[in-house]
Design a binder for this molecule. Structure first.
Ligand code: AP5
Length: 215
């Protein structure tokens, strides 16, 4: 099974991805997480990507597509994968269509999580992430049991560089210009299912489950 999660920054893609990957036994591939790891480790790709990410811009397609192709070709993806944050441009989607036959895969469903803009801003500016295991929290909607401490591993929580208000606004603009055209792209292929992401985390997952169980 190959599932793509589409939606604006802060829609809850990463939050839902944790549940989906676990329930459906899919390999979770987040280009954002892979790029952040490269930035942290100061690899040459990370150094290239950093300036774009910090400004809320997309990293150039040529850097990202290689990451995804290499990851999808690993044997653990044979049972299925969940793509979060890729593709993010029509060019990336066309690239994915070209690569999939090489690995004997096809896209089963594209889940579009839709959330109102004010809510997106509140979610992103209130997000906290574990510096050790990467678990996601929110100061209001999903607070940790102990302030700024990860429930899962005890690591320190931090705020992502690109979750400042100014950069969040830029990311939302970039989404509208560069990523929203994918909605029509996948609608045209009959692959798109829309999800109302304005509900609580459990109810959003309920909608996801209904869609995936019909496949
Ligand atoms: P990436 O990490 O993919 O960021 P994003 O798409 O902007 O998405 P986010 O991770 O910010 O949001 P999310 O939808 O996962 O929401 P989350 O579940 O965390 O990319 C970062 C950067 O990397 C990009 O800007 C770009 O530079 C680069 N990049 C990545 N992929 C690329 C590509 N393919 N091409 C080029 N560049 C690329 O939830 C957010 C908060 O809300 C959390 O605090 C959570 O607890 C809370 N929350 C979640 N769901 C709910 C709910 N239902 N109700 C209340 N709160 C909720």
């Amino acid at each position: 099974m190959l599932i793509i999660l589409l939606g604006p920054p802060g829609a809850g893609k990463g939050t839902q991805a944790e549940e989906i990957a676990q329930k459906y036994n899919l390999v979770y591939i987040s280009t954002g997480d892979i790029l952040r790891k490269a930035v942290k480790e100061e690899t040459s790709m990370g150094r290239n990507a950093r300036e774009y990410m910090d400004q809320g811009q997309l990293v150039p397609d040529n850097l990202v597509v290689e990451i995804v192709r290499d990851r999808l070709m690993k044997p653990d993806c044979a049972n299925g994968a969940l793509l979060d944050g890729f593709p993010r441009t029509v060019d990336q989607a066309v690239f994915l269509d070209q690569v999939l036959p090489d690995i004997g895969a096809k896209i089963d469903r594209v889940l579009l999580i839709e959330v109102e803009e004010n809510e997106l801003i509140e979610r992103l500016t209130g997000r906290r992430v574990c510096s050790n295991c990467g678990a996601n929290y929110h100061i209001k909607y999903k607070p940790p049991q102990v302030r700024n401490v990860c429930d899962q591993c005890g690591g320190d929580l931090y705020q992502r560089e690109d979750d400042s208000l100014a950069t969040v606004k830029e990311r939302l603009e970039v989404y509208k210009k560069q990523t929203e055209p994918l909605i029509k792209f996948y609608q045209g292929k009959g692959l798109l299912s829309s999800i109302d992401g304005n509900q609580n985390i459990e109810d959003v997952f309920g909608q996801v489950r209904n869609i995936l169980e019909d496949l």
